[in-house]
Write a protein that binds this ligand. Structure first.
Ligand SMILES: [Fe+2]
Ligand SMILES: [Fe+2]
Length: 371
């Protein structure tokens, strides 16, 4: 096995030559190891409960989706070819370079986090429907992470993914929280990749790195992963319809959207180079994700509410205050950190109290990538 792009399983991908080629990766791995509210995490869950799922209520849609994923239209796609233009890393504006590398490291960690969780589910489970699905998704995420690491390696760094698996802290989530969080991260991932892809299709002069050319096929993988989680949630109406779970869904929607907003606003040079206003990008991605999530969630967030953007901006300011206080250090820094966290909490609460818009979930959830 030579390249993770050709791997038929996650295990083959992890064993591929390009996967963990040692380079000077200490700093990249350090960044990937961080666990803050804003950085991608690794998850673990109650695998037995997940394994006990019964997909019969959605059998017809399920079989269709699995057949499509097994056909593997993106095999071999995640590999550099003639379209991969040369990058002048040394000539790149230093601020852009730093932010872009940070973007690649956090994307690689997020992709790999999916790979680790899905592979573990496949390993622990006995239910052939569940393990079959997770096997296919782990395969895709291994390819995605391997490809981003290929791009990083050209800049002389890469994330040591083998080390990360062993050493990064795992966060426990109950299965239903895994459904909400993972469904949303797959669909928001689709919306993010396709929005950038379409923007650069219209403005090719802003494409400062070839990896963006790969985003269309890439986002189709994320789209089908999201479809799979929509089906998993639809096996039991309780998961999305009970009063308590509706509150949880609203919480996850708000948390995922606002985290994306704050994280993107930390990368001004990156967005400027792409010719993208992060506020426009955020709203565009939220709108697409909301539209898609109508397939399974009983409500969407009101992102046109007068308190929405001001709330996100407050959260962003509080987050900057926390970061500055951390750099300051000492007792004064600690106090300012607490104060910043209190402000961030208040901003998040105010976002959470914006009334959501009820949604009538359709009979079948099946969607095609349409953007
Ligand atoms: Fe992925
Ligand atoms: Fe995915």
């Amino acid at each position: 096995m030579n390249h993770s792009a050709d791997a038929k399983t996650a295990e083959e991908g992890l064993a591929a030559q390009n996967f963990d080629t040692p380079v000077d990766s200490t700093r990249a791995t350090e960044i990937a190891m961080q666990n803050t509210l804003l950085t991608p995490r690794f998850y673990t869950t109650d695998f037995d409960e997940l394994d006990s799922l019964n997909v019969e209520p959605v059998r017809a849609e399920w079989d269709l989706l699995i057949a499509q994923m097994k056909a593997d239209p993106n095999k071999g796609h995640f590999k550099k070819n003639a379209d991969w233009d040369h990058i002048d890393w040394d000539g790149m504006d230093p601020a852009l370079k730093a932010e872009f590398i940070d973007f690649l490291i956090s994307s690689c960690t997020a992709e790999f986090s999916g790979c680790v969780l899905y592979k573990e589910m496949k390993r622990r489970g006995k239910n052939p429907d569940v393990t079959g699905l997770f096997q296919l998704m782990a395969r895709d995420e291994a390819r995605h992470a391997g490809f981003i690491n290929d791009a990083l390696r050209e800049a002389g760094i890469a994330v040591n993914l083998g080390f990360l698996t062993q050493a990064k802290k795992y966060t426990y989530f109950r299965p239903k929280f895994i459904y909400y969080a993972t469904y949303l991260s797959e669909k928001i991932g689709y919306a993010r990749y396709i929005t950038i892809y379409r923007h650069l299709e219209a403005n090719p002069d802003k494409r400062f790195h070839p990896i963006f050319k790969w985003f269309r096929e890439w986002c189709n993988d994320e789209f089908s992963h999201g479809e799979a989680f929509a089906l998993l949630m639809r096996t039991d109406p309780e998961i999305t319809q009970s009063r308590m779970n509706r509150l949880w869904i609203k919480f996850f929607l708000t948390a995922v959207f606002s985290t994306m907003w704050v994280r993107d606003h930390q990368r001004p040079a990156f967005h400027e180079a792409l010719g993208v206003d992060p506020a426009w990008y955020g709203q565009e991605v939220f709108r697409k994700t909301s539209d898609i999530s109508r397939q399974v969630f009983p409500m969407v967030l009101d992102i046109d509410h007068p308190r929405w953007i001001p709330g996100l901006e407050r959260l962003d300011r509080a987050n900057r205050q926390i970061a500055a206080a951390k750099r300051q250090g000492g007792i004064g820094g600690k106090l300012k950190q607490w104060w910043g966290s209190a402000r961030a909490g208040a901003a998040f609460l105010s976002l959470l109290t914006i009334p959501s818009i009820p949604n009538e979930v359709p009979e079948t959830s099946r969607l095609e990538p349409a953007y």
